[in-house]
Ligand binder design. Structure first.
Ligand SMILES: N[C@@H](CCC(=O)N[C@@H](CS)C(=O)NCC(=O)O)C(=O)O
Length: 199
């Protein structure tokens, strides 16, 4: 299997950490989404990473679908079986992913729009979304068990990415999440290699 990724992407980091946790050997192929490379578009018409190419050549996207596939492929290593625990993990994953979606739009507004075309009320709306999500996420963290699940990888991907894209925000506003991230490499040593890092 091959995964299109970039070293900074929180969603690609989530998938690569999940694959490692499941003991899956996947080849990582760097992709620059801005350039819309043909091989990425052939795998994912949306042009987004992560996109996974299976051994039979078919493709899967996005990070939630890929992680669910890994879970099924490896007999339930990312998701709990019990309904209540499953719902908790999925809620935390969706919250972390949704915060990432909102913050990425904030980053893209700056990256892709000329200054005179930026619309601050829309950026503010995305920031409110992210801040509500972060405030909701912090009290959910104690619900995570010692056993790593996809929720841990989603939160670590998000928080690791924020630590350089929104430097200082977690420490200043969401210290429980900052502390959770600081403790994560001890729980998952491969974070140092697979966690998000500036491109
Ligand atoms: N919901 C998607 C989000 C993926 C996503 O937004 N990826 C970003 C990089 S972190 C991307 O590919 N952006 C390029 C684009 O939107 O064209 C997932 O969970 O995989």
């Amino acid at each position: 299997m091959r995964v299109f990724y970039s070293s900074a992407s929180p969603f690609a980091a989530k998938v690569r950490m999940a694959a490692s946790h499941c003991g899956l050997a996947i080849e990582s192929v760097a992709a620059d989404t801005t350039a819309e490379p043909a091989d990425l578009l052939a795998a994912n018409p949306l042009g987004k990473i992560p996109a996974l190419i299976l051994d039979d050549g078919t493709a899967l996207y996005d990070s939630r679908v890929i992680c669910d596939y890994f879970d099924k492929l490896t007999g339930g290593q990312l998701l709990p079986q019990r309904l209540e625990a499953f719902a908790t993990v999925k809620r935390i994953e969706a919250t972390a992913d949704g915060i990432g979606d909102a913050l990425i739009l904030v980053v893209y507004e700056e990256r892709y729009r000329p200054e005179e075309r930026r619309h601050q009320p829309w950026v503010d709306k995305q920031m409110r979304k992210a801040n509500r999500g972060l405030a909701a996420l912090e009290p959910m963290l104690p619900e995570l068990s010692d056993d790593l699940t996809v929720a841990d990888f989603a939160v670590a991907g998000l928080a690791g990415w924020m630590s350089f894209r929104f430097k200082g925000k977690l420490e200043a506003e969401y210290p429980a999440l900052a502390a959770w991230l600081a403790a994560f490499p001890a729980r998952f040593p491969a974070y140092d290699e697979l966690g998000p890092r500036p491109a």
